[in-house]
Design a binder for this molecule. Structure first.
Ligand SMILES: *Cc1c(COP(=O)(O)O)cnc(C)c1O
Length: 492
């Protein structure tokens, strides 16, 4: 048996148990018989033949009667277990166990600032799709969309290839175009602002609250102007912005300016967070909310994103932008003469031509695959466990860092409950007689990877060159990033 295992490069333990008690010799013989090995090579021995100093009982079998009674079922006999072992060996179970073991032990000793958690169930969900008829655009996409929509309490969900493509599609659906302005946060991942630039619009940065690093409603109000088309509040590290206040400000500005201004929540950090007792993503105070399923986020699909909305018209537009601007929904067709079969009479029973589709916008291939959505569905079931684990880690960090004067632990607003996508303390490096680079390098030497969240977007060379942004645009980030080393929390 060991030679077989070595030849197949297997490692690990297969537990073969049962209700019957058996000597090792008998067990070896039955195993040999079942596997067709030479049983005459097995010789009986007794521990009496070894002059052990310590006394050891001969029968070490466990009594299983109580366990069987509690389970209300009999354990298998040893022969049943050996049969199962044989069948598992035939159908490749040891190889599968090996593969999963290899995956688990592949992690290096360094503690990265975020890491996904994929387990057997997730792997099997993806493999099932691989063996099915659809790799993309099959049933899993709609299932995943429905599951996330239900989880957060939104009416519609449109899954896309990434959080970035979801942000772009959301801006397009909101009608952002050249000459428009889009207000967002400077303390975010660049994608929150890039989506405006993709549409030919100008990103405008509103200053942040130095405690939460979220945009301040009053600062958003200051930046609303004649050309403002969209506001994109970013829920930094998972903690919701003050959406009710932002909603009030935007509605008031709409009245003043006499046109619509959409609100798109960048909720890429915030799946599982609550705002005023309700899940982020419900869009109670916004038109759309965007999620990302990149592996550092709460649940993953590899790459992937989603737009949530309660507006059926936005949902339709998002689906079109996701797929080349195409539609095959008869209710949306514009060229009626081409779209429908000619019939005599009043045309009350018009049937669409079976080949017909229409391109109505310039869309993209921003589709997500069934493989990815199968992973997402499986991961979504684990969201609460992921959240609980992060909370445990955060509590430990708070306990450890809370008493240290030069470290400010993350502020948690009473308005919400954050999922802690990131754990971001603020360090006073002067008081620590070091600087950010030295501190990060020393941590890295100890196997702990940290990152700064974030370098303000308006200070990036691209933004300075193309949009003329300057440090003075948002003074608060300069204060908070001068010495901040944002230290991210991982589940592991
Ligand atoms: C991750 C992230 C994105 C982009 O998501 P991708 O899926 O990586 O494209 C956008 N905004 C924020 C705030 C993010 O953290």
């Amino acid at each position: 048996m060991i030679e077989r295992a070595l030849a197949r490069d297997l490692a690990g333990v297969y537990n073969c148990g049962g209700r019957t008690s058996l000597s090792k010799y008998e067990f070896g013989v039955r195993l040999a018989q079942r596997f067709g090995l030479d049983e005459t090579l097995i010789e009986p021995i007794s521990i009496d033949d070894f002059a052990f100093k310590a006394r050891r009982g001969k029968n070490l079998s466990l009594a299983v009667e109580k366990l069987q009674r509690d389970l209300g079922a009999d354990l298998p006999s040893i022969d049943d277990s050996i049969d199962a072992f044989y069948l598992h060996d035939l159908d490749g179970l040891p190889r599968r166990i090996k593969r999963h073991n290899a995956r688990v032990t592949a992690w290096s000793q360094t503690m990265s600032y975020g890491r996904h958690d994929v387990e057997e169930r997730d792997v099997e969900a993806v493999v099932a799709v691989l063996c099915s008829t659809h790799l993309t655009q099959g049933p899993m996409v709609a299932k995943f969309e429905a599951a996330v929509a239900q989880r957060v309490g939104a009416r519609f969900a449109v899954a896309t290839s990434s959080g970035t493509s979801a942000l772009h599609a959301a801006c397009l659906a909101a009608g952002v175009g050249p000459g428009d302005e889009v207000i967002t946060s400077p303390i975010t991942f660049v994608a929150s602002a890039n989506c405006a630039a993709y549409c030919g619009a100008r990103p405008v940065f509103a200053d942040i609250d130095a405690r939460t690093y979220n945009v301040l409603p009053a600062q958003v109000e200051k930046k609303i102007a004649e050309r403002t088309r969209v506001v994109i509040p970013v829920h930094f590290a998972g903690q919701s912005c003050d959406m009710e206040a932002i909603g009030d400000i935007v509605r008031a500005a709409e009245k003043r300016l006499g046109r619509r201004i959409a609100i798109i929540e960048d909720a890429c950090h915030a799946l599982g967070s609550l705002y005023k007792g309700r899940p982020v993503g419900r869009c109670d105070f916004s038109d759309m909310a965007v999620l990302s399923f990149h592996p550092v986020k709460h649940i993953t699909t590899g790459e992937g994103g989603m737009v949530l909305t309660n507006d059926p018209d936005l949902a339709r537009r998002l689906r079109r932008f996701r797929s080349h601007g195409l539609t095959s929904d008869p209710g949306e067709f514009v060229h009626e003469d081409l779209a429908f079969q000619r019939r005599g009479g009043d045309g009350g029973d018009r049937r669409p031509n079976p080949w017909y589709y229409e391109q109505q916008d310039l869309g993209y291939n921003y589709r997500i695959t069934d493989l990815q959505c199968a992973l997402g569905l499986s991961q979504l079931k684990r969201l609460d466990a992921f959240r609980a684990r992060r909370r445990e880690i955060v509590d430990r960090y708070n306990e450890a860092f809370g008493p240290l004067a030069p470290v400010h632990i993350p502020y948690e607003s009473a308005d919400g409950e954050t999922n802690f996508h990131l754990y971001v303390p603020l360090f006073d490096f002067d008081a620590m007689a070091t600087d950010r680079a030295r501190f990060m390098l020393e941590l890295r030497a100890r196997g702990i990877v940290t990152q700064v969240h974030y370098i303000p977007v308006h200070l990036q060379p691209y933004y300075r060159v193309h949009f003329g942004t300057r440090p003075g645009d948002c003074p608060a980030p300069r204060h908070t990033t001068g010495g901040a080393c944002r230290y991210r929390c991982s589940r592991g």
